[in-house]
Design a protein around this ligand. Structure first.
Ligand code: MGD
Ligand code: MGD
Ligand code: SF4
Ligand code: MO
Length: 656
């Protein structure tokens, strides 16, 4: 068999969207390497993905359809054929539609695969049959909410190389989007840019910045107001620009006035001198950049957090220059939703929030209730808020659940039917990005492992078994892929080299014709009591992204799991001393909802009042509980719908 090098792209939920080359020898993928030609990837994949073939060849990979034989969640299944599986799903879905109506069916996917076909194409079946639709996000929903008000939150991240000051605000780039760091380094080299991390934790990234400003989580909007206040006091605010973008500048200026450096210091824990100094460096830069992460959005302050940073970026006028402004995301010209064919969904079909699964499955008021669920690219039993409620919902005996997966995850264990999915090495796909401006094309390097199937094939098989004749359900993969691309897109080059740079035009706040709102309705200093940030003297548990895992993906892979290590709480020495705990102790975090065992690491890299768990682990219960942090998370969302994963408050005690 000939050897070959097959172009493809990393499908994981990461802003970098790397382009890769799979090396195939005698029909086996021997390695997967970063594409050297791709200007973003620069030949390097990350610590999660650089041995990607081991995922495809993993001994615990799901390779056949399965039917449940034991209780839900028991993990007891029997092997069945594809025909049996598809027949059973078609029959169950048909019965549910007859008895309860189409809206009793719920599709549910997240970003397990970012490939447009793998992630989205199955939705056209659900839209066509009139199943409940989906809206909302588990991820940067606060950013989406502020963007929906007209605030731009994205531009081409490569232009950050032009910046003279980059505030990495709650963004741990070296773990979560390490290719973005290159452009920060270029700015440092070419423009002497200062790179400053604002984060409750001295992360890998913070350690490489020019400065790290530790901040109490949830207090960022006050720091943003304080910085804005200094820009005004110093006469370096760009009022002309702000007036061209917003119609409430005066209200905003009034709101921030109370936020003097001293008051900001009391609430945020940032020294008043630092507030002034950062403001001056940021204000004087031409331009300055706010590079903002997702983690800080995942608390009840999330929407205000994003809004306050957009207001600061507007007031500074940095949007006037390329690379300046507010950068949370970045996009190529690519229509992500085209493969879903949303137009097939009957008008008036109800829509469900994809981040409220526990409530949706356990509600007594939902009419019709959800009777049939299909999940792909998502592990809700670990990643949805209030995970015990999700699990209770999935244990309902009157719920028929299908899970499409690579592995027997905690979610798959609760399915009635499990279908094996191909990996990116085994199927064709095309994808945009949420962090940069390239479209990626993925060609299969090897045939499907075992009986695994791409989702588009599952779509065609199921549509046919359900007796449907809508032509879109039977479209070939290339037609579906091309529907994501604008007219005149250079398909030939994309097809040949596996990627194409296709940036969306830069849009700045002034392009909104002066209609934006800068005001965040921020509380005044007199309304805030710092102790409210830590109810009952508990610690806030921050669940940050693991360096070697991608959310819960790879938690079952020995290499990545070994490097990530066992669940560990990082805790400030002052808090540990207060609690009588020592480095290396076995401890348990608990609140009214559950317990979470971990090993304690006492370290001054974390601010007081906060403990940090790096990682999403699978359920594996022991006598002290399980490491799934969302079991301890109350069901809460911001007004904009962001689940508040980081609002977990716990007591930490020694394990018995
Ligand atoms: N290695 C790896 N990479 C990933 C992922 C992964 O799981 N592992 N997940 C991917 C996904 S889905 C996403 S959404 C992105 C997320 O990418 P990031 O947003 O960069 O990741 P997080 O770790 O969630 O949060 C970033 C930082 O915010 C800090 N933080 C938390 N709360 C606050 C706060 O209130 N204020 C401030 N200033 N900082 C705060 C945390 O300490 C953390 O260092 O990463 C993607 N990339
Ligand atoms: N406490 C807490 N909770 C959080 C977060 C947090 O930081 N803290 N982060 C939140 C964020 S930002 C996000 S984005 C969500 C992420 O939540 P999820 O999207 O559930 O993230 P993963 O754990 O990566 O699970 C993705 C699943 O998709 C599967 N998969 C991958 N590729 C394919 C494929 O091609 N086909 C199929 N069928 N399956 C595939 C993987 O095996 C994996 O089980 O979690 C959220 N939950
Ligand atoms: S997870 Fe992100 S950084 Fe790692 S290879 Fe994939 S796209 Fe690149
Ligand atoms: Mo995310």
């Amino acid at each position: 068999m000939a050897n070959s090098e097959v172009p493809g792209c990393c499908p994981h939920d990461c802003q970098d969207g790397c382009s890769w080359v799979a090396h195939v020898e005698d029909g086996q993928v021997t390695k997967v390497v970063g594409n050297k030609q791709h200007l973003f990837t620069r030949g390097i994949l990350c610590a999660k993905i650089n041995d990607y073939q081991t995922r495809a060849y993993a001994p615990d990979r799901l390779l056949h359809p399965l039917r449940r034989t034991g209780a839900k969640g028991s993990g007891e299944f029997e092997r069945i054929s594809w025909d049996e599986a598809i027949h059973e799903i078609a029959a169950e879905f048909g019965n549910i539609i007859d008895d309860w109506g189409s809206e009793a069916l719920m599709p549910l996917h997240d970003m397990g695969s970012a490939g447009a076909l793998q992630r989205r194409a199955l939705m056209r079946l659900f839209h066509h049959i009139g199943a409940s639709r989906l809206h909302g996000s588990l991820c940067g929903q606060s950013g989406n909410t502020v963007a929906a008000e007209g605030h731009p939150i994205s531009f081409d991240p490569e232009t950050i190389a032009n910046s003279e000051c980059i505030l990495l605000w709650g963004a741990n780039l070296l773990s979560t989007a390490h290719h973005h760091w290159h452009f920060c380094l270029e700015a440092r080299k070419a423009r002497s840019a200062k790179i400053i991390s604002i984060d409750p934790r001295r992360t890998r990234t913070a350690a490489k910045c020019d400065e790290h400003i530790p901040i109490r989580p949830g207090t960022d909007a006050f720091l943003a107001a304080g910085i804005a206040n200094v820009l005004v006091e110093d006469g370096i605010a760009d009022f002309e620009y702000a007036r061209s973008a917003a119609d409430d500048l005066d209200a905003y200026l009034e709101e921030i006035q109370a936020w003097t450096p001293d008051r900001v210091g009391e609430i945020t824990g940032v020294a008043p001198d630092d507030v002034v100094r950062i403001a001056r460096v940021y204000g004087a830069a031409r331009p300055g950049t706010l590079r903002v992460g997702i983690g800080p959005q995942q608390s009840r302050f999330g929407d205000v957090f994003v809004k306050s940073l957009s207001a600061l970026a507007i007031l500074s006028g940095h949007w006037r220059l390329p690379g300046g402004g507010l950068s949370i995301e970045g996009y190529p010209t690519f229509d992500n939703t085209a493969p879903e064919c949303p137009e097939l969904s009957p008008e008036g079909t109800r829509s469900l929030h994809r981040g409220q699964l526990g409530q949706i499955l356990t509600s007594l008021d939902l009419d019709p209730p959800i009777k049939g669920l299909m999940v792909w690219g998502h592990n809700p039993v670990v990643n949805q808020i209030d995970a015990e409620t999700v699990r209770h919902g999935l244990c309902r005996n009157d719920l028929f659940t299908v899970v499409i997966e690579h592995f027997m995850t905690d979610t798959a264990r609760h399915a009635d039917i499990v279908l094996p999915s191909t990996t990116q090495l085994e199927h064709f796909d095309v994808q945009g990005s949420w962090g940069q401006c390239y479209v990626g094309l993925n060609k299969p390097a090897i045939p499907p492992m075992g009986e695994a199937k791409p989702h588009t094939e599952i779509l065609r098989h199921l549509a046919s078994k359900m007796g449907l004749d809508e032509p879109a359900l039977f479209a070939d993969d290339e037609t579906t892929a091309r529907s994501c691309l604008p007219d005149g897109f250079d398909w030939e080059t994309l097809n040949r080299q596996g990627w194409l740079y296709a940036p969306q035009p830069r849009r700045d706040p002034a392009s909104m014709g002066g209609t934006l709102k800068m005001s965040t309705a921020l509380d005044g200093p007199e309304d805030i009591d710092v102790s409210d940030l830590f109810p009952d003297g508990r610690l806030r548990l921050l669940t940050v992204k693991p360096h070697y895992l991608l959310n819960s993906t790879f938690a079952n892979m020995p290499r990545q799991a070994g490097q990530q290590g066992i669940p560990t709480f990082e805790m400030n020495p002052a808090d540990a001393a207060n609690l009588g705990l020592q480095d290396g102790d076995r401890v348990v975090a608990h609140n009214g909802k559950g317990t979470l065992p971990a090993i304690l690491r006492v370290t001054d890299t974390v601010v007081r009042g906060t403990t940090v768990l790096e990682g999403k682990f699978w359920w594996t219960a022991d006598k002290d509980g399980s490491p799934v942090s969302n079991r301890l998370a109350e069901s809460n969302w911001t007004d904009g719908g962001q689940p508040t994963f980081n609002d977990i408050f716990v007591k930490v005690t020694a394990a018995n």
